[in-house]
Design a protein around this ligand. Structure first.
Ligand SMILES: *Cc1c(COP(=O)(O)O)cnc(C)c1O
Length: 359
């Protein structure tokens, strides 16, 4: 027997990513509120486009994603040549690390930031550098203080997951302007569509050489299972990423669904309106039941309990009610549950479950 090959340094330091659970044994009425998916599913137009594209499954897909990039560019008023599409925004985050980070390089992100940031950093051989947050808000001064001459990337989700808090445009601009030459700010806008009057940093990415914005079809657009995301940034960065991107990374079906979803603006407006309303109901109801909840700009809220045992007990009772939420200990909040905003019935079910726990 020969020895198994040894992975590159850093890879065995990566804990396996745990997705939100989706099943409860013995129940068929499960309400999954653990992965911030759209309670209304995918737009009809996207489903129809995907069904049609199935007929072309023997053909290789476009390598340049021209149709999808054109739709994104039209809707967001962007230069299509500065857009790259990936297998979820996850792939874009991976490509950025692969292209710009190596052994000895550092990557800064907020301490409660998305778990993918340290994963892609270690995968590229780099060193993850979490910067402290304050009161569950990203602290720009602390982020800048964590940056050294070895920092290549700064990842920032805005609104943030799992806190739901948001940095205003001034603060994000201050962060971008404070970075040294050669360090790229990656603005992860996975929840940007849910925030009011917010462009997810696209305008900043339009005008700066050191800002790159990512977006996803997994949340607002209801296409989590299709795996489509995109990024917008400086031409040079797009060119670099396209050299390492798999030429056929997105399937015909995924491309067709995403393009149709992007063009369905009415769906986006409707989902945003419902989310705003139900998010307010959910937060108010949880606060009435004695939990601490920050104002959220996303499609979930972080409900904080007195201690971890209380959070776990409530989680167990919610499961008895058929509701799956996310205990976010791995994000540094053992005392909290992250709860996706459902439709009105979904919010009712959560509040009933939490009320049963509170008694
Ligand atoms: C859900 C999420 C994403 C989206 O990932 P995809 O690969 O596009 O599905 C990106 N960033 C954050 C912070 C998220 O919560």
């Amino acid at each position: 027997m020969t020895a198994a090959p040894r992975p590159q340094p850093g890879i065995m330091d990566i804990p396996l990513y745990q997705g939100g659970a989706s099943k409860i044994a013995g129940r068929d009425d499960v309400l999954k509120l653990s992965s911030n998916e759209n309670p209304f599913g995918a737009p009809e137009a996207a489903q129809a486009a995907a069904r049609e594209a199935v007929g072309d499954m023997q053909l290789y897909p476009a390598t340049d994603h021209a149709g999808l990039r054109a739709a994104i560019a039209e809707v967001h008023d962007l230069d299509p040549d500065r857009i790259i599409c990936g297998v979820g925004s996850d792939e874009i985050l991976h490509l950025l690390a692969q292209a710009y980070v190596g052994p000895g390089d550092e990557v800064v992100y907020p301490e409660h930031g998305f778990l993918i940031y340290p994963i892609v950093t270690r995968g590229a051989g780099g060193t993850p550098v979490p910067a402290p947050e304050h009161d569950r808000r990203v602290d720009v001064a602390a982020m800048l203080a964590a940056v050294t001459d070895r920092t290549r990337l700064v990842y920032l989700a805005n609104p943030a997951n799992p806190t739901g808090t948001i940095l205003n445009g001034q603060e994000v601009t201050r962060l971008a302007d404070g970075l040294p030459d050669g360090c790229l700010l990656v603005l992860d806008g996975a929840y940007a569509e849910y925030a009011d009057d917010f462009d997810g940093g696209l305008a900043l990415a339009q005008t700066r050489e050191n800002v790159f914005a990512t977006r996803t079809f997994s949340k607002m657009y209801g296409l989590g299972g299709m795996r489509v995301g995109w990024g917008y940034g400086p031409r040079e960065v797009i060119d670099v990423l396209n050299r390492i991107r798999g030429p056929f990374n997105l399937s015909n079906v995924a491309l067709a669904a995403a393009e149709a979803a992007m063009r369905d603006r009415e769906f986006v407006t409707r989902c945003r309106d419902v989310n705003r309303e139900q998010r307010a109901r959910l937060a108010a109801g949880l606060r009435e039941l004695g939990l601490a909840v920050d104002d959220s700009a996303a499609n979930f809220v972080l409900a904080r309990f007195a201690h971890e045992e209380a959070a776990l007990a409530c989680d167990a009772i919610l499961k008895e009610h058929g509701v799956i939420v996310r205990h976010v200990a791995s994000y540094g909040f053992p005392e909290a549950l992250r709860i996706t905003v459902g439709d009105a019935d979904g919010v009712d079910r959560v509040l009933e479950g939490v009320a049963a726990w509170a008694q």
